[in-house]
Design a protein around this ligand. Structure first.
Ligand code: NIG
Ligand code: FE
Length: 412
């Protein structure tokens, strides 16, 4: 099966060096091809170049890009896209002045979603999640990490992970599953937090591992949620069962979660709204990706993480949507890159690498996803003709995506 794209105005996001990720000054440079073609064979990019040497492929399906720009698909490395219903009532509570933590303390927030999830059938959960999956595919996402964490019982966590597995087998997206049993302490364990951590370690992690139903383990390590000691226990237990760590850290406070994540060799530490020189120092000399979620900072009215200082210090920065019902009800990765430029002073080039190759690295997928590279999965989207590359990030609300190709197949 072959797909030939011709008359591409500019191909961006090219990485001929097959890098694992991009950091420092390299984040602001990007190879491009003007007036190009790209060929996908059996779902993989097999070549690209300029139109003056376009191959003559007879039996290929064709897309005429008509001067539009070709981008590698986004790799959204942090989402909670499997959830039941929505939480706009809390949106109103927020408008009336309550904070995320106050809402959570009243039994809202994650516990509200856990109750809804418990009362929703697996088929219905899958149906709702697939609507969001379709939505993000059409907005340019080609790989996505999805967390459990609205179950908070062994049975309901496994139910969520089965839904993620079903999404994985029924969409052309690359999907990675993360077990986030320690997302909040369920009502039943109120005041007995350590006992809940026991349950996570003794029952949930072994069950998840036995079913090979997740690759990563995550903990909400922050003020009012899980402590450093509890996080360490869970991450170390996950490691024994082959689960690599991704940690929610420093969203609400300087939790020490960044340092702990680096010490434990986490794939990524995520959020990082509360970060200073210590966190940055620690991250720059590690392979742990700093995943920033500006959509959550926007929605909750928090400070944005210090992306500029991170990039300039050589930290590997990724951008993700955090798509979830409580703190980021959107999976629009293009908007995330625009927010990164508007609110965190990342250039459009830096933001694109952060949302593609570095996001792929945060999921352990950058050998196959995250850039236009021969041999990688043919995941890309094509825009209308644009006056410049920067225009795509700048005109953040104008619908510009014309075609979407995932694993070499035309999705839009
Ligand atoms: O990444 N911070 C913790 N978890 C989610 C929010 C989940 C929710 O409110 O439902 C987040 O922001
Ligand atoms: Fe999150």
């Amino acid at each position: 099966m072959r797909l030939l794209v011709i008359n591409i105005g500019t191909i961006v996001g090219i990485d001929t060096h097959n890098r694992h990720s991009v950091a420092g000054a390299d984040m602001d440079s990007m190879e491009r091809v003007e007036n190009g073609w790209l060929l996908a064979e059996d779902g993989v990019i097999s070549g690209f170049g300029t139109m003056d040497c376009c191959p003559d492929v007879e039996d290929a399906e064709r897309i005429d890009a008509a001067g539009g720009m070709l981008f590698p698909s986004y790799c959204d490395s942090h989402t909670h896209i499997v959830y039941a219903g929505s939480r706009e009532q809390e949106f109103l509570d927020k408008i009336h002045g309550l904070s995320y933590e106050q809402i959570a303390a009243r039994g809202g927030g994650i516990l509200n979603s856990a109750e809804r999830l418990h009362n929703t059938s697996e088929d219905e959960l899958y149906r709702q999640a697939m609507e969001r999956i379709e939505e993000i595919m059409l907005m340019g996402t080609g790989a996505v990490e999805i967390k459990s964490g609205y179950g908070l019982t062994t049975e309901d966590e496994l139910k969520m992970l089965r839904v993620i597995a079903r999404i994985k087998s029924s969409t052309p997206l690359a999907v990675k599953a993360t077990f986030l049993g320690a997302h909040a302490v369920p009502k039943l364990y109120k005041g007995r937090q350590d006992e809940y951590v026991d349950l996570v370690c003794r029952e949930m992690i072994p069950a998840v591992a036995m079913q090979s139903i997740a690759e990563f383990v995550d903990v909400f390590c922050d003020r009012g949620f899980f402590t450093l000691e509890q996080t360490r226990r869970i991450v170390e237990c996950g490691a024994k069962y082959g689960l690599k760590a991704k940690i929610h850290a420093n969203e609400l406070d300087f939790s020490g979660g960044v340092q702990l994540g680096v010490e434990l060799g986490a794939m990524s530490v995520d959020h990082l709204e509360s970060s200073g020189t210590e966190e940055i120092e620690c991250l720059r000399s590690s392979r742990t990706v700093a995943t920033l979620l500006p959509g959550a900072a926007l929605f909750l009215g928090m400070n944005y993480p210090p992306a500029r200082a991170m990039v300039e210090s050589g930290v590997t920065v990724a951008l993700a949507s955090d798509y979830n019902p409580g703190s980021s009800p959107s999976g629009n990765m293009r908007f995330v890159t625009s927010l990164a430029s508007m609110r965190m002073r990342m250039t459009p080039t830096e933001a694109l690498w952060a949302a593609t190759l570095n996001g792929a690295a945060a999921m352990g997928l950058s050998d196959k996803y995250g850039s236009i590279t021969v041999g990688k999965v043919a995941n890309f989207f094509i825009t209308k003709p644009l006056p410049s590359f920067e225009f795509f990030t700048y005109a953040y609300n104008t619908p510009l995506i014309e075609r979407v190709v995932l694993a070499g197949k035309i999705v839009k």
